[in-house]
Design a protein around this ligand. Structure first.
Ligand SMILES: [Zn+2]
Length: 416
């Protein structure tokens, strides 16, 4: 059976040009004794916006692996797929993030809820979960309420899983189930019920992405109570270990942190929880690499800098349309975005200081960073002009992509 390693990092690569410098970051980790495998993830939404096909992500990954001689595992993730769009990913991918957030709270029949309770009499009373300070408080009423909220999502995950399995064969792909793109966080007791329901569907889930407490805005730091996050994250790890031993889920099942890139203030909490429990984690970083492309262009100066400024100016002009699909995961005060006329006069350093995620730098502008994070459609529309410039400025881009991924992400999250 295809098995996901203990530590893995989701690396998004919008324009399929940075697989090599991304892989170089994992190789650097490996030299330092930390084994982290790359998973190239790209969603249907990203492919549609960029105008690319899933096979392009597969080819970029395969080529990077061949050219750098990477010997460990690597995967290509059909990120956030559902039953309607999974078809296009069946040949290219060996990792599927089955997104069932939209099925949460969909109605289920009383008979199904009753059947769940019959299968799980242990969930009608409190459960002692090793590693938790207090038992998980459950009763028939609370379990019925939570089951009615999540059973539909679990059965939808089962339907999508079986569809993929019928094409690829059991054991030939990694399965993740995600419920993160929703408003309310899932508590550890809810996670336990979700996992029991997923096990009932016979889904060999290897990673699960709940919605955690706090805001996971794209490309910027976490907003919320880091101490509460740490308690919740540790509790989720304990609940997963319990579900593995009681419900027959794969032994390597672990948490997946979505929009995980740049959540610097909770990286120490994640790392401590992993060290304490010995658990693994999957960290999805997605758009952080695309921002390094823009930083690399700006750093190169000349035409590269001019193109970076143009991308910003167009993103600024189209900010409402660009932000709309990402409303739940960005917070931008438009009044605090720099005017394109002002940016026009910036040097390379002024541009990169504003964009690079270094909160100790007074010029760092998280509004600008979030806008560009969701602004890749602008670059996609430039087509060959943008891609040619990526190649012309390859040195500065690759250097920034590798450094960002290794120094700011891998080295901070994964225990050595
Ligand atoms: Zn996600």
């Amino acid at each position: 059976m295809l098995t996901l390693d203990k530590y893995s990092i989701g690396v998004g690569d919008r324009f399929a040009h940075q697989a090599r410098p991304q892989l170089a970051a994992c190789m650097k980790a490996s030299e330092k004794g930390v084994d982290v495998v790359p998973v190239w993830n790209k969603s249907y939404r990203e492919h549609s916006i960029v105008g690319s096909e899933p096979m392009s992500a597969r080819n970029a990954a395969d080529q990077a692996v061949a050219s750098l001689g990477w010997k460990r595992n690597y995967f290509v993730d059909a990120d956030h797929i559902n039953i309607d769009n999974v078809g296009g990913f069946l040949d290219a991918c060996d990792f599927y993030t089955i997104d069932v957030a939209s099925a949460i709270s969909s109605p289920v029949g009383l008979a199904e809820i009753a059947a769940f309770l019959r299968r799980h009499p242990e969930m009608t009373r409190s459960i002692e979960v090793p590693g938790l300070d207090a038992p998980v408080h459950l009763s028939s009423e609370t379990t019925m309420r939570m089951a009615s909220k999540y059973l539909c999502a679990a059965s939808e995950a089962g339907r999508i899983y079986r569809h993929i399995e019928s094409h690829k064969g059991a054991g030939n792909f990694i399965t993740e189930v995600s419920m993160d793109e929703t408003d309310l966080p899932q508590t550890p007791p809810e996670l336990l019920i979700i996992l029991a329901a997923i096990a009932d569907e016979h889904i060999p889930v290897q990673t699960i992405a709940p919605k955690f407490t706090g805001r996971f805005n794209k490309g910027v730091d976490y907003e919320g109570d880091a101490a509460q996050f740490e308690r919740e994250f540790s509790s989720d790890i304990a609940v997963i270990a319990y579900a593995v031993s009681h419900y027959g889920l794969p032994a390597n099942l672990k948490l997946s942190v979505h929009s995980g890139s740049d959540k610097f203030s909770i990286y120490p909490a994640i790392r401590r929880s992993l060290e304490k429990s010995g658990a693994g984690v999957h960290l999805k970083t997605a758009g952080t690499t695309w921002l390094e492309e823009i930083i690399g262009l700006a750093e190169a100066g000349g035409d590269g800098l001019a193109l970076a400024k143009q991308v910003y100016a167009e993103a600024f002009a189209n900010r409402e349309a660009l932000c709309a699909p990402y409303a739940a995961v960005i917070d931008i005060d438009p009044a605090r975005l720099p005017e394109p006329t002002q940016v026009e006069g910036w040097t390379s350093q002024e541009f990169t200081n504003a964009l690079r995620h270094d909160s100790s730098c007074p010029a760092y502008n998280p509004r600008m960073r979030q806008l560009l994070h969701v602004g890749y459609k602008v670059a996609a529309k430039m087509g060959a002009r943008y891609l040619d410039m990526l190649e012309a400025c390859e040195e500065s881009i690759a250097r920034n992509v590798t450094l960002n991924l290794y120094e700011r992400h891998i080295a901070r999250v994964f225990p050595s």
